[in-house]
Design a protein around this ligand. Structure first.
Ligand code: UDP
Ligand code: MN
Length: 317
């Protein structure tokens, strides 16, 4: 009798383990509950939507004195959306950003990790950053992690979904896409703060030139100075524009596209959904000043990293 029970137990054990592992992997990727009786298309849409939802967003805020608060509460909040991913220079990049952002009044940093979890490094970093933040994560499907594919589409879209779920018509704000490999002048935030619809300005080191800029005449954008695809409707970089929060809320379907979007066309395809070239608000002295640069940090040379014997202590870099 005992041996029969034991053999049944041993037969069942691997299957139970497989099921537990599968459930664990699935929960780590996304949380979704299949609903019986829905069509597969509806289910697919639901899954896609739920993939965009973080399990819980973690937020934090630095201390603000009451007088600071009163003086600044009239200003719209700047929401900077930063997709980021694990690599040797990540903390250095985020440090450069935080040191600028913590000096900007009424600023909220939405950091979206391209990761299956919120990593300890970024969680600790944000907690000590001195910047008000929301920390989200969504992992880019492996099939999209290829050369020539647009990056951070899912991360930016998750941040837009978060804004649509957590902000209302009563919240004055300006939304800006702040990639982690750029350098930001504090003046840029003063410029974008007054964005009523969609504002635009030059960006350094993009489009194959020292800078790319909208050409302005009579206070309107009439063309683009760029070295790359001048046929783009909006020949601008992700760091070259800001959108009033109310425009984001009023266009709930406006998202960054995977399907039908050619490489490098993310910005133009997104802006087409929410504005017209003639409505753009030129900033930075009619688009004649560069206040943001696509600096890109050089990949560090790590050829002498030991493969076996590591340091005697573990240091976060
Ligand atoms: N990024 C990401 N996952 C990736 C690659 C990039 O989240 O697999 C982020 C990156 O940290 C940056 C933004 O997406 O904030 C744009 O990436 P990158 O600067 O590499 O793209 P490029 O400027 O070449 O379009
Ligand atoms: Mn970049």
């Amino acid at each position: 009798m005992k041996s029969v029970l034991l053999s049944r137990f041993l037969i069942l054990l691997p299957w139970v383990l497989i099921v537990i592992i599968m459930i664990d992997i699935d929960i780590k990727r996304t949380i979704w509950i299949p609903v019986a009786g829905r069509s597969s298309r509806a289910l697919q849409q639901q899954q896609q939507q739920q993939q965009l939802q973080p399990r819980v967003a973690r937020t934090g805020a630095p201390r603000v004195t009451q007088s600071q608060n009163q003086n600044q509460s009239a200003l719209p909040v700047i929401y900077a959306i930063t997709p980021t991913y694990t690599r040797p220079v990540q903390k250095a990049e985020l440090t450069r950003l935080a040191q600028a952002f913590r000096q900007v009044a009424r600023f909220h940093w939405i950091v979206v990790e391209d990761s299956t979890t919120r990593t300890d490094l970024v969680s600790r970093f944000l907690a000590r950053s001195g910047v008000s933040f929301t920390h989200l994560h969504v992992y880019t499907p492996r099939r999209y992690k290829r050369a020539g594919m647009p990056r951070a589409t899912e991360q930016r879209n998750l941040a837009l979904t978060w804004l649509r779920q957590h902000r209302t018509k009563k919240d004055p704000g300006v939304v800006f896409f702040a990639d982690d490999d750029n350098t930001y002048s504090l003046e840029l935030f003063e410029e974008m703060r007054s964005t009523r619809g969609v504002s635009i300005w030059p960006v350094g080191f993009v489009g194959g030139r020292a800078y790319e800029r909208p050409v302005v005449s009579g206070g309107k954008v009439v063309g683009w100075y760029t070295g790359w695809r001048p046929d783009r409707s909006f020949a601008t970089d992700m760091a070259g524009f800001a959108v009033n929060l109310q425009v984001i809320l009023a266009n709930p379907r406006a998202l960054f596209k995977r399907r039908g979007s050619q490489p490098g066309m993310q910005e133009s395809d997104f802006l087409k959904q929410i504005t017209k070239v003639t409505d753009l608000e030129p900033k930075a002295s009619n688009c004649t000043r560069v206040l943001v640069w696509h600096t890109r940090t050089e990949k560090p040379h790590l050829t002498n990293e030991p493969s076996h014997r590591k340091d005697t202590i573990v240091i976060e870099v």
